[in-house]
Design a binder for this molecule. Structure first.
Ligand code: COA
Length: 278
């Protein structure tokens, strides 16, 4: 694993854009990419910079080195901000929770590409991403209990939302780390693949999503998150309005999608997406 030079505040997150994918890296490999206040601030700026770029269709969040990220930085996020009193604590919480929230409702579809360690606070961005693919070699754990706290910062909420109560409770109370295949079986991620296939699989998934109408993708991903909290009738009403509002941004896609199937017979929606003019 390459060991980075001592870091200034700006390179704790880096990104590159290629073929429609923004690859965003946690970039403190020598600290296993633990999230310090600088990471939280720079990540907010990076998310701002790329959200509405026309050349970004999908965002992939990953880590440099052998960690995805080792959760909150125990020294800089906890100890040093606590030394500043409640004002410091609340500020650092706002900065981290703020970008997790941005990511949950991001304009572009997001994929967590979990290449290694993923602990504690890392479950926030993990579950904020729309999809997650990990390496079999990755390790996931709610290590909070091992150093004497409960999983805060929304972590307990997201594990209960994503996993069964039994699995969430097991991770929470034991602090044991599970591997990628177990994380997939427990529905914390979509899939687990060998590390040497991870990037290829994520590119393939990103390409599949990129073929669809971007406005439909945004409306659909928000709908999945929103309806989870709703009664059936509220969800039905929300979905009618969400589709009508999506039509405001793009009223042609679905008409074209219907036409290519019914009139042109050029594709089958059950098997693929219709051809879109870029
Ligand atoms: N906060 C602060 N520093 C961290 C960190 C974290 N969450 N995770 C790793 N680091 C630092 C270590 O202190 C060490 O720093 P040093 O080189 O100045 O001594 C460096 O990163 C490398 O960590 P190390 O423990 O030597 O790496 P490893 O590969 O042997 O082990 C982990 C990796 C992830 C298993 C281990 O670092 C770990 O348990 N980290 C804490 C995970 C955690 O509890 N996170 C939840 C916070 S909510």
């Amino acid at each position: 694993m390459p060991v980075a030079e001592p870091q200034d505040d700006t390179n704790v997150v880096r990104y590159e854009v290629s073929d429609g994918i923004a690859w965003v890296y946690f970039n403190r490999p020598e600290k296993r990419n633990a999230m310090n206040p600088a990471t939280n601030r720079v990540m907010t700026d990076v998310l701002d910079e790329i959200e509405f770029r026309d050349d970004v269709k999908v965002l992939v969040l990953t880590g440099e080195g052998d960690a995805w990220q080792a959760g909150m930085d125990l020294k800089e996020y906890f100890r040093e901000t606590e030394a500043q009193g409640l004002r410091g604590v609340r500020k650092s919480q706002r900065e981290s929770y703020g970008w997790f929230r941005r990511l949950r409702w991001y304009q572009k579809p997001t994929i967590a590409m979990v290449n290694g360690w993923c602990f504690g606070g890392g479950f926030g961005p993990l579950c904020a991403c729309d999809l997650a693919i990990c390496a079999d070699e990755a390790k996931f754990g709610l290590s909070e209990i091992n150093w004497g706290i409960l999983p805060g910062g929304g972590v307990t909420k997201v594990v209960v939302d994503f996993m069964s109560m039994r699995d969430a409770m097991y991770l929470t109370l034991t602090g044991e780390a599970i591997d990628g295949k177990t994380a997939a079986a427990w529905k914390l991620v979509n899939e687990s693949v060998p590390l040497d296939q991870l990037k290829g699989r994520v590119e393939e998934l990103a390409k599949t999503i990129m073929e669809k109408s971007p406005s439909a993708i945004k409306a659909a991903k928000d709908a999945v998150r929103r309806v989870k909290e709703m009664t059936y009738d509220n969800a039905e009403d929300y979905l009618v309005r969400a589709q009508e509002s999506a039509n405001f941004f793009d009223n042609e896609s679905r008409k074209e999608g219907i036409k290519q199937f019914i009139d042109d017979k050029s594709y089958k929606p059950g098997l693929a997406a219709f051809k879109r003019d870029e």
